[in-house]
Write a protein that binds this ligand. Sequence first.
Ligand SMILES: O=P(O)(O)OC[C@H]1O[C@H](O)[C@H](O)[C@@H](O)[C@@H]1O
Length: 444
Amino acid sequence: MKEKYLNLNYNNVLPFVELSDLKLMQKEINQARKTLDEKTGLGNDYIGWTNLVDEISPELIDDIQITAKKIKKQSDVLVVIGIGGSYLGAKAAIEYMKPYFPKRKSLEVVFAGQNLSSTYLSELLDYLKKKDFTVNVISKSGTTTEPAVAFRAIKQLLEEKYSYDEVKERIIATTDASKGALRTLADQEGYKTYIVPDDIGGRFSVLTPVGLLPIAAAGIDIKKMLRGAKAAKRNYKVKDIYKNDVHMYVALRNLLYRKGFALELLVNNEPKLNYFSEWWKQLFGESEGKDLKGLFVSSASFTTDLHSLGQFIQEGKKVLFETMIDIQEPEKDLYIGHDKNNLDQLNYLENKSVDYVNRQALKGTMLAHLDGQTPNMLITIPKIDAYSFGYLVYFFELACGISGYVLNVNPFNQPGVESYKKNMFALLDKPGYESLSKELKERI
Ligand SMILES: O=P(O)(O)OC[C@H]1O[C@H](O)[C@H](O)[C@@H](O)[C@@H]1O
């Protein structure tokens, strides 16, 4: 049999679930998968991501690569403005693939509009003053406050630094085909634009121009990334949970949830995956956390967090399970040397590689957590590259769509996000919010 590209090991979950439960779960998965494939479920007008990898046009990819080249030619820095799904995918991919300590010859990609920190924005503006930069402003709705505030400030800086015509060459907008303030502005000013497809929600949009342009500009092979996603799409068609790791993952996380493990921790032992975890948190958090249901999703990076959260995972309240991602082959490795005095008592590690130590730490941790009654499963992928990123993205997107239907929620909306926005607008005296503004101000 052909070796699997991604492997899911769930031995450390089996003591917590019954085989009969898994059998029943198979039926639910079949139903949920059918609902997703046939586009008959809640939110079915947001399922464009399932076919995107087969449908994306070569012309669009070429166009993105040409724009990426142009950005690199004209700038030292690309400022990517966006929040949530218009931020996390690109950030995750770039952190996943860029060196920890990059040699600063290549284009630097920085982010803005992903928070409302006045200090962050001020320091960024200061930094950009001395740089040649291009801006990719990304907002599907075109109306989100955080990126709009950042864009206004950064656009002003562009206008101070460059001529009218040059400013136009330095702004690229990624937004809806026809709606929203950003679309109006882009059309009026004549910016280059990319479209966020109507049927793809923000958190499922990393493989659209939302993610592809910044990722390509960072020097990452987007074609390879799409090939990875395409392979995942191909590999997870069968229904049988024992032959389909996406289905088994969905089955296990839902069974654990029903048994009271209400929190899923995505764990890595390679910090390059930290922002992948942030992307994953939005994916599952916004998709499942509604109607008073859903796993709370969080993340950890080992061994770092074994020295902080590790105590809770081992001996704290039994509310969580772990989904760990392990990379078989590190990008780089090194051997521990000999010290003739051995005062640090590390000579027993002589000639062992640091990655070997990391791997033994993970294996030991999994068993310790199992003994501490914390279920854990392990996803293994061969290595860090554009292909595995695309593969993981599709793996989890598919899992998320199916899992949302198993949970019986609409996995493709996020109505709860509006509540904070309404209150913020009211407190900021946005026209139209007068009565809520009065009410809230009395409560504060
Ligand atoms: O791309 P935008 O329309 O600006 O949206 C950015 C983000 O903000 C919203 O409030 C949603 O909760 C997210 O799902 C979305 O990804």
